[in-house]
Design a binder for this molecule. Structure first.
Ligand SMILES: *Cc1c(COP(=O)(O)O)cnc(C)c1O
Length: 392
């Protein structure tokens, strides 16, 4: 691999993993070949043999993701969920895991309905910083967290959790799902995490046209184990999806900064509105963990995700989401286009009311994924929708 003359994020985003081919193509072509010629039995002529095991476009993407996460090693999978599956599949039989309570729904489902088949038991808590020491058991092997969480945007001090976990037992792996911030805003490995995972479907690809997952780590034996499982399980992304995601990643710093700056203005606007009960946004100084945000996020950026409770209950939430003209009513997040949803009946609809409300997901909670449209247009869209939602 060529060594780049810089470790600045924007330069790495453009150049890491960006190789040229024999023609000197500035953008590497999409390599669709499933198999690669060998000169003698078991003597491949290049670096590749069979494209489930590795192919040029996936290798480029993995190198780029590793660079942006300040990691030595990266791996790509067919979805964020496949990434989670491989990490959890790497746990020894009958081990114990500790997870943040309001973890991504698919991750919760994997812990409780799939990993438990090989004996993995999981304890959930909404406050890892407080509860971790009491939850550790002799067979605890994994701590899983998201920061900020979805959709109430609670922030966890990764360094505190990683130090507590490693002090309890150095064999515990701390995994951070960094999907909501992207590597531009936070690099969990630099705060003590062992593995960082992403649904690249969201910010890393950023254009709502690929489902893909990635992970990065600096732990070589762990990387070898996960790479073995990547090939053995075979949930790998196609060359085309790898290529598209690599293309998307090159503008990550521009997109995420723009989305976060706009989200900051929208969050402040919502906080000042008398039609709003409460705003969750890590960039606001009123956020309960703002001190952690200041040390854990680049330039204390709050990210592109906001959630807020609108006055007027579920009815007002439904009116708001069907009145916005630029924010599209849809699940998912992290794309260039702004989206809006009501978690209680959409992304979090499967969680029983009591449990949902205990973590702050009320019927009047609205989640915004702020895109990169003009900020004045986005503010006006939120303003007019709030006004119409309030008028019965
Ligand atoms: C979307 C998402 C996932 C799952 O990723 P897929 O690519 O949809 O499989 C995992 N974690 C978080 C935080 C997500 O938002």
């Amino acid at each position: 691999m060529t060594v780049l003359p810089s470790d600045k994020f924007a330069t790495l985003a453009i150049h890491a993993g960006a190789h040229t081919d024999v023609h000197g193509s500035v953008i590497e072509p999409i390599s669709l070949s499933t198999t690669f010629k060998q000169s003698a039995p078991a003597q491949p002529i290049g670096a590749y043999e069979y494209s489930r095991s590795q192919n040029p476009n996936r290798a480029n993407l993995e190198a780029a993701v590793a660079a942006l996460e300040r990691a030595q090693f990266g791996l790509a999978f067919s979805s964020g969920s496949a990434t989670t599956a491989v990490v959890l599949q790497s746990l020894p039989t009958d081990s114990h895991a500790i997870s943040i309570g309001d973890v991504y729904g698919g991750t919760h489902r994997y812990f409780t309905q799939v990993a438990h088949a090989h004996g993995v038991q999981t304890s959930f808590t909404n406050d890892l910083e407080r509860d971790l020491p009491q939850l550790v058991r002799p067979n605890t092997r994994l701590v899983w967290l998201e920061s900020p969480t979805n959709p109430t945007l609670k922030v966890t001090d990764i360094r505190r959790v990683a130090d507590a976990a490693h002090a309890a037992n150095p064999d515990i792996l701390v995994v951070v799902d960094n999907t909501f911030l992207s590597p531009y805003i936070s690099n969990p490995l630099t705060h003590g995490a062992d593995i960082v995972v992403h649904s690249a479907t969201k910010y890393i690809n950023g254009h709502s046209d690929v489902v893909l997952g990635v992970l990065a780590t600096n732990n070589e034996p762990l990387y070898e184990r996960l790479r073995f499982l990547q090939n053995a399980i075979g949930a790998v992304p196609s060359p085309f999806d790898s290529w598209l995601t690599h293309r998307g990643l090159k503008t990550l710093h521009l997109r995420v900064r723009a989305a976060a700056q706009s989200a900051q203005r929208i969050a402040k606007f919502l906080e000042a509105s008398d039609r709003v009960e409460h705003v969750n946004y890590p960039g606001l100084s009123s956020h309960p963990a703002y001190a952690v945000v200041q040390k854990q996020h680049r330039d204390a950026l709050g990210g592109g995700m906001i959630s807020f409770r609108i006055k007027g209950g579920a009815g007002a939430a439904a009116r708001f989401t069907s009145t916005t003209r630029l924010f599209t009513l849809a699940e998912s997040l992290g794309g260039i286009e702004s989206l809006v949803e009501v978690p209680a009946v959409m992304t979090h609809g499967g969680i029983p009311r009591e449990q949902r409300e205990a973590s702050g997901v009320f019927d009047n909670l609205i989640r915004l994924s702020v895109g990169i449209e003009d900020i004045d247009d986005l503010l006006e869209d939120v303003r007019q929708a709030l006004e119409k939602a309030g008028a019965q």
